[in-house]
Write a new protein. Sequence first.
Length: 233
Amino acid sequence: MAEEPVAHPPVVSRDEWLALRREHLVKEKNLTRAADRLRAERRRMPMVEVAKAYEFDGAEGKVDLLGLFQGNRQLIVQHFMFGPDWEKGCPACTGHVDQLGDLSDLGQRSTRYVIVARAPLPKLQAYWAERAWDWPVYSSFGSDFNYDFQVTLDQKRGLRTYNYREWDDLEGEMPGFSVFFQTNGVVYHTYSTFQRGVESLTDSYGLLDITPYGRQEDFEDSPAGWPQRPTYG
């Protein structure tokens, strides 16, 4: 029995394909170079001190924002959608965590990755056990952390420490990442991204690209004094 017709790309000769592939490769390289320039600009963005105190509940007990660094210079927080009254985490956030690769490069660059959600810690730990995850997770239940970093939206509450997004009438939990930097025991907020901005943040390079120090490799255009090592070294 013949197969039903299916949608597919046009069929051309090998020579035609190579010509079109070369044209497309030029655009791919331009995109890579544009992304490099954007990341170089991001590494030069200023930071703002986090003066407000936050408390998180983790496996090691209560910890403040500085404690989440565990002695590292940079901290990447994934804001995981899991409301206090939910029984399970957001399916999209769950799929994102399922895609995480080997993040050992982060620790080699004084960077820690953690997941923070509003659900109480016992709920988070039960869900982590169900998913067989060992990623570090902390509960921000009872604190303003999610509200202040705009991943829990409440129009009535009106807690916004920065407002570079157009919220319209959005309410509830939102996906996002926030990046922090610490020096001399003082924590600074350097970057946040939300919604589709989190899609590529599943491996070490993608995550390092949103930090002030970047990948810390010598091909990068970084300010003087930034830590760097040989590319791919």
